[in-house]
Design a binder for this molecule. Structure first.
Ligand code: GLP
Length: 242
């Protein structure tokens, strides 16, 4: 595991965008695993800047996103579908037919998860997976559990995740309580993993995930076993690491 320490969020975003840009440059038809949440917004903004400057071409890129809320229509501004279009896909020349997310509008969880697994298998594996980190060490929506989930599955969000995400919704009741998420096995099979983390409120999650024991109670801790994982974190997020 490589840890890149940055001064602040801005520098974290620039560093992460450089790594993704290198991936797209070296393999123009790569498969990018993409993430949502507030942390990668700056990374996407930097990628859009590079695209506008003529430095990047996304025409051959395919993307698979980590997760989606169950029950939110695509046009809901809190759906991850909406987020990805808003922050990245509408601003670059990626072929939108090659951008995939779990279908949050499919009420049948088994069907939705199988369909998404089929997509992931058919694109042939992820070259670079971008990840944020939840306060409880979750990645995608893989919440603390007694075992690591393998492939796409439907999760009941934990109370802490629902509360953390409440700021984006009108009320607690409006926050979806379930989501479809890529599993840990799929994430671990990505050739390269890039985790972005910022802020003092993530310091404990960073410490437990990357310096504590590997346990499904801290899902991100499994990344310690990945052969090519880069954590790009700012000083505040690394404040508990001596
Ligand atoms: C959500 C997403 C995760 C993300 C996490 C942290 O739960 N499903 O993929 O990493 O939020 O979000 P933020 O970056 O806003 O702290």
């Amino acid at each position: 595991m490589v840890i890149i320490k940055t001064k602040n969020y801005e520098e974290m975003s620039a560093r992460a965008a450089n790594i993704i840009a290198a991936q797209v440059t070296m393999k123009p038809n790569c498969i990018l695993g993409l993430a949502t949440g507030s942390t990668p917004i700056g990374t996407y903004a930097k990628l859009v800047e590079k695209y506008n400057a003529g430095e990047l071409d996304f025409a051959g890129v395919t993307s698979v996103n980590l997760d989606e809320y169950k029950g939110l229509p695509k046009e809901n501004d809190q759906s991850y579908y909406y987020f990805m279009h808003d922050h990245l896909f509408s601003h670059i020349n990626i072929d939108q037919r090659r951008t995939f997310l779990p279908d949050g509008t499919e009420p049948d969880a088994k069907k939705a998860c199988e369909a998404y697994n089929d997509i992931i298998h058919s694109v042939g594996g992820i070259d670079l997976q971008l990840l944020g980190l939840g306060h409880n060490g979750h990645i995608g929506f893989n919440e603390p559990d007694d075992c690591f989930a393998l492939e796409t599955h439907c999760v009941d969000l934990t109370e802490s995740t629902i509360k953390a995400n409440q700021r984006f919704f009108a009320s607690y009741d409006d926050v979806p309580k379930q989501a479809y998420t890529m599993g840990i096995k799929t994430i671990l099979q990505a050739k390269k993993v890039v985790v972005v983390v910022s802020g003092a409120d993530k310091a404990e999650a960073v410490y437990k995930s990357f310096f504590g024991p590997v346990t499904p109670q801290v899902p991100a801790s499994i990344l310690q076993l990945h052969p090519d994982c880069i954590v790009v974190a700012d000083e505040a997020a690394l404040s508990l690491v001596k």
